[in-house]
Write a protein that binds this ligand. Sequence first.
Ligand code: NAG
Length: 234
Amino acid sequence: MFGYILTAAMLLPFSNASPYTSTTTAMSNAFHVTGCDVSGLTPNLPSGQTQLTVPTGTKPVFVALGVGVQNYTCGSTGTYASAGAVAEFFDLSCFVSQRGESQLQTIIFNLWNGDKSLTVDQLIKAFGTSKIVLGQHYFVTNPVTGTGISPEFDFRTGAKKGDPNGFVIAAKSGDIVSPDGPTNVDWLELTNVKGDLAKQVFRIDTNGGVAPSSCTPGSPLISVKYAAQYWLYN
Ligand SMILES: *[C@@H]1O[C@H](CO)[C@@H](O)[C@H](O)[C@H]1NC(C)=O
């Protein structure tokens, strides 16, 4: 069932095949699910905000769908604090380049959040192609100060296999609340601290991932499911 819905969702962007080519040719040409050129694309950022700014002299190199969890620890005052995240990154380049946008993060989030038994491995298998996995997002010790944690985007087992610098560790440089409402984590701009994968990373079109407003001090770490679009610039 999940695989069926996902396949249908993935085929949506490719339904405008030319009527002048045979079905077979149209299908083989249209079936670029991964690896489309994103260098000429621009993300849909809310107008009027000044926090998330695309740097001059850089272009998008990857557009990804991130699916995973945001972790939180409960502080002594009974509120949650961010404790990092883990997410699998899928290639959204062809969805975004053929439609100018993608709603896939919302479709996938609803499936991901709605089925408590669904694992990330099942999600990857449902996509049916290993190339659609660009890499992983997780947190590491801040490489500059040696304390605290920093977000890392690591494509060394995916799109940058064989490149020892195919990762980026970043620091937050811009932050706006989600224009889609308070149940979604903020939209962010992150700037390179280490690695060659990207100079800037934008997290936009977020779905979910927000911690409950209060907690009982001493309660364990929680993981809240989320999905978002990530744009990597270099
Ligand atoms: C976040 O939680 C997940 C389990 O949901 C765990 O696998 C991961 O290691 C945690 N990451 C951090 C940084 O706490």
